[in-house]
Ligand binder design. Sequence first.
Ligand SMILES: [Fe+2]
Length: 260
Amino acid sequence: MMSMNDALDWFQAYTREFESEGGGLEPLLALKWSHSFSVSLEAGRIARGMRFAPDSIVHAEILGLLHDVGRFPQFRDFGTFYDAASVDHGELGWKTVSEALVLSSLEDAARLAILDGIRYHNKKEIPLDIRPSSLGMVRLIRDADKLDVFELVQRYLDEGRIRELLPRIPETWEINGAVVDSLMETGRASYSQVRSVADFLLVQLSWVFDMNYPPAFRRVLDRGVIERIETRLPLEPRVRTIIEKARTFARSSAAEGEVA
Ligand SMILES: [Fe+2]
């Protein structure tokens, strides 16, 4: 059986390759490094909340730690985290971890589930033909990742440093009607429509509709994720409607699986 320590040893050694001599990791890579640990914790919490078997809880934590491994070579080679302008970091991480053989002591289904989790954590949709035995882990990492990015974005906003995190997005607060239109029509919006931090926060809010597990929804509610976004948005009527939909969806999804 593979332990969390095996994954940790590999992750530490791998990411050390990206440190500059004596200088450690660049700030944005250091952020991805700590994000990996936070997502590992979130993933473990969701897995425990879902009463996963002990082995699967460890696998969820390993997946959390490794899900963004592709960010390191992406940033070194392209200087950006913007996949559309560089490389799909899910694919790159999947390839990196596959070739590193770090998961080779795991049985097939568990190994493939972690690899699929890395590969598909950042895709717009989970592919319909995903291995059924991987689906649980793919859903879980997508939830765990979102939970930490909600916190990260709010922290950078609180600290007045959002430009560092979202260098391509102008720090303005006007809402692009096209983002609202597509959120009202489909519940989704594309990053190509994002023209302001407010647009970004609206798209981020719509992540709630793409989440899966009740324990993850409970964290969204406990942490006031929706409310913290709400206080930063211009509350036009249609924006209010989207916020209310997100809140209603999160509440009903959090209650699923609860014993009456
Ligand atoms: Fe990622």
